[in-house]
Design a protein around this ligand. Structure first.
Ligand code: NDP
Length: 475
């Protein structure tokens, strides 16, 4: 008998994905470069379903039903290219190669175009949810052709997380769309975590409370509009005490945040698309700042903090909750703007509301909040910004005074809150009737004759700054 689908690359993610498939009754061909992992999988979990193990790639491909469906779960980059090539040589037109790794969407676009020439469907697929999600139901974001979705969709929806019975897997769009959306998901994840970290830091410093005393606050927040996986696990991590020293766990962890690069990719792409994703950028830069201990030590020795330290009131807790929610709305609005811009740039025709739906479960940023994003796009698919959706506008208006107090307090007591501050600046920037961009245009015209538009007349204009300052129309 032949397998319904195959998985090659059986490290943490591939192994759990293969088990998830098998548990759902799909016969799974399994393969890994080093045979040990394949044998271990079958030995340990063979009882969970039907596995067809192979030690050689050719045997793996031969064990698949036609049209063949093979999922690659190997290290992103050169390894993925190598495995794709190996599979493609053994496959036929109509077969499908799914890359479930964290590929850069530009690589996915390149690979899809190359394989399309050979008649093979290449399905760059974002998979979120880590090890646990892969096993019990991830959020799945496949790109690629419509035909490949027809053949793969039912299986992917089968193994995906479900929220209210709706699977967290949809066809995102052509070529690199799936990996692009997964990238933005990760960027938003950076921003969510940064905002949570700022909330914790500010409350701890301002109120002089312990991490364990903060845990119940996050637990309570989790019951309301902030309800989400990341808020839930924040309470768990803050509560945790290091067994070896008896001190709070967060105090024994080195305070340098690492990254695998998806936040950086998101910001790089946003710069190219001209979309301000300040929330994700600040989160990425905050990690970078934390990773420079030599600069931090030098600065800590000589740079002063505020001279007065005002005591903060308990009411700060509720204010921080508002600031966190408002900043989160901004970060998501920016991420969705970036996806909309990419959709226009690459003709992806992304359904933003559907993307909110598949992030409701399985993935790291899963949150109650995503239902409200879905509702906002349902009500108006051409929404210029999520901030203007009635529901979010109302929440922001209700939060903004508290948000300003939080940023003011942070500035006063010298606690850095780049996430809160930049989100508030974005909010104030967007709602501003007149921006100082007019002065920037004036300066550009002064030194570079870059011209400007007028509020009262059509056309481009230049002022003779070095001469008699008369204005001429240039077009
Ligand atoms: P790793 O990223 O650690 O990759 C290890 C796997 O890649 C092993 O199966 C290894 O084979 C294989 N491999 C490496 N180089 C080659 C090569 N040149 N040829 C063939 N196989 C090779 O595994 P993970 O399970 O952590 O992740 C798999 C993919 O999923 C990655 O792209 C990752 O970014 C992505 N991902 C990971 C998530 C996570 O939470 N870990 C979440 C979502 C996506 P061997 O055993 O022979 O060394």
């Amino acid at each position: 008998d032949l397998a319904d689908i195959g998985v090659t690359g059986l490290a943490t993610m591939g192994r759990n994905l293969a088990r998830n498939l098998a548990r759902h009754g799909h016969a799974v061909a399994v393969h890994n470069r080093s045979a040990g992992r394949t044998d271990d999988l079958v030995r340990e979990f063979g009882g969970e379903g039907t596995f067809l193990p192979s030690h050689e790639t050719a045997a793996f491909v031969a064990s698949l039903k036609r049209p063949r469906r093979a999922i690659i779960m190997v290290k992103a980059g050169a390894a993925t290219d190598a495995v794709i090539e190996e599979l493609a040589e053994l496959m036929e037109p109509g077969d499908m190669i799914v890359d479930g790794g964290n590929a850069h969407y530009a690589d996915t676009r390149r690979r899809e175009a190359a394989l399309r020439e050979r008649g093979i469907h290449f399905v760059g697929t974002g998979i979120s949810g880590g090890e646990e999600g892969a096993l019990n139901g991830p959020s799945i974001m496949p790109g690629g052709s419509k035909e490949s979705w027809e053949a793969l969709g039912p299986i992917l929806q089968d193994i995906a997380a479900k929220v209210d019975g709706v699977p967290c897997a949809v066809h995102v769009g052509p070529d690199g769309a799936g990996h692009f959306v997964k990238m933005v998901h990760n960027g938003i994840e950076y921003s969510d975590m940064q905002l949570i970290a700022e909330s914790y830091d500010l409350l701890r410093q301002a109120l002089g409370v312990t991490p364990a005393e903060l845990a119940p606050i996050f637990r309570e927040w989790n019951e309301g509009e902030l309800g989400s996986y990341l808020i839930e696990i924040t309470a768990e991590v803050l509560d945790h005490v290091d067994a070896a020293t008896g001190t709070p766990f967060v105090d024994v962890v080195v305070d340098q945040a690492e990254q695998k690069g998806t936040g950086r990719w998101t910001v790089q792409s946003a710069l190219d698309l001209g979309v301000p994703v300040t929330g994700i950028a600040e989160a990425t830069f905050a990690r970078a700042l934390s990773g420079h201990p030599e600069q931090r030590a030098a600065a800590a020795r000589v740079l002063a903090g505020p001279s007065v330290s005002g005591a903060s009131e308990r009411s700060l807790i509720e204010d921080v909750r508002h600031a966190l929610y408002a900043s989160k709305i901004v970060a998501y609005a920016q991420g969705f703007d970036q996806m909309a811009a990419a959709s226009r740039e690459y003709d992806w025709n992304l359904d933003l509301g559907a993307l909110a739906t598949i992030w409701r479960g399985g993935c790291i940023i899963r949150a109650r909040f995503l239902d409200r994003i879905r509702a906002a796009y349902d009500a108006d698919p051409d929404l210029p910004t999520l901030l203007a959706a009635p529901d979010f506008a109302e929440a922001l208006n209700a939060a903004q005074d508290a948000w300003r107090r939080v940023v003011t307090t942070a500035v006063e007591i010298g606690v850095p809150t780049p996430g809160f501050s930049s989100a508030l600046a974005y909010y104030d920037g967007l709602r501003r009737e007149r921006l100082p961009a007019a002065l920037v245009q004036g300066l550009r015209d002064y030194f570079g004759a870059h011209t400007y538009h007028r509020v009262d007349r059509e056309g481009s204009f230049h002022t003779d700054w070095s001469g008699d300052r008369t204005e001429s129309q240039t077009s």
